[in-house]
Design a protein around this ligand. Structure first.
Ligand SMILES: CC(C)(COP(=O)(O)OP(=O)(O)OC[C@H]1O[C@@H](n2cnc3c(N)ncnc32)[C@H](O)[C@@H]1OP(=O)(O)O)[C@@H](O)C(=O)NCCC(=O)NCCS
Length: 154
């Protein structure tokens, strides 16, 4: 894996983010959802690119007191090499820069790999949101686990 840098993404990266979503997700986000985030100053998209291809990205939102991780996505062939960890470090840097009190997220209760990653980065479980996601087999709904990490002492 080349030591590609984490860099902020902007409107010029829209097609690359759409393509990464398309090849990586059962329910990919489309351009109409991603474009406003790339233009909004209270949203931050960070990416890792190598050889002209976007391999991974994260999206974090600035809220009045906290920050919320909206997406963390690594291309299927690039997983378990620490890319999500590098993005998480950059996301935590953004939240610190915003002086956010906490970083929050939602994750499918069945997404054991992501939950392990988040625990590793200091997130704790705050509760559940029932039937939040469409289930991956299309047959029903799946709960969200709510997790957060304190960014600074009260
Ligand atoms: C979850 C995801 C972002 C992890 O990305 P990644 O680059 O593979 O993660 P890292 O290499 O930084 O993993 C760091 C640690 O997290 C844990 N982890 C990550 N993926 C895991 C998996 N599939 N199974 C078990 N543990 C996992 C491990 O502890 C791992 O350390 P290790 O490889 O030394 O064992 C990636 O699998 C992905 O994009 N999945 C689809 C989208 C998604 O689920 N996003 C998160 C919910 S919004």
């Amino acid at each position: 894996m080349p030591a590609a840098e984490v860099r902020p993404l902007d409107a010029a990266d829209l097609a690359a983010v759409v393509e990464l979503e398309r090849v990586s997700q059962p329910f990919p986000l489309a351009a109409g959802r991603l474009k406003p985030a790339l233009l909004d100053r209270s949203e931050r998209l960070l990416g890792i690119q190598a050889d002209g291809r976007l391999l991974a990205y994260a999206h974090v939102s600035r809220l009045p007191f906290d920050a919320e991780l909206q997406s963390l996505l690594v291309a299927p062939g690039e997983r378990r090499q620490g890319l999500a960890g590098r993005l998480m470090q950059a996301v935590l840097g953004e939240a610190r820069g915003w002086r956010s009190e906490s970083l929050q997220l939602e994750v499918r209760v069945g997404n054991a790999g992501a939950i392990r990653l988040y625990r590793h980065w200091g997130f704790v479980e705050d509760g559940r949101r029932r039937d939040y996601y469409p289930s991956l087999d299309g047959a029903g709904r799946e709960d969200a686990l709510l997790m957060s990490r304190r960014m600074r002492e009260a």
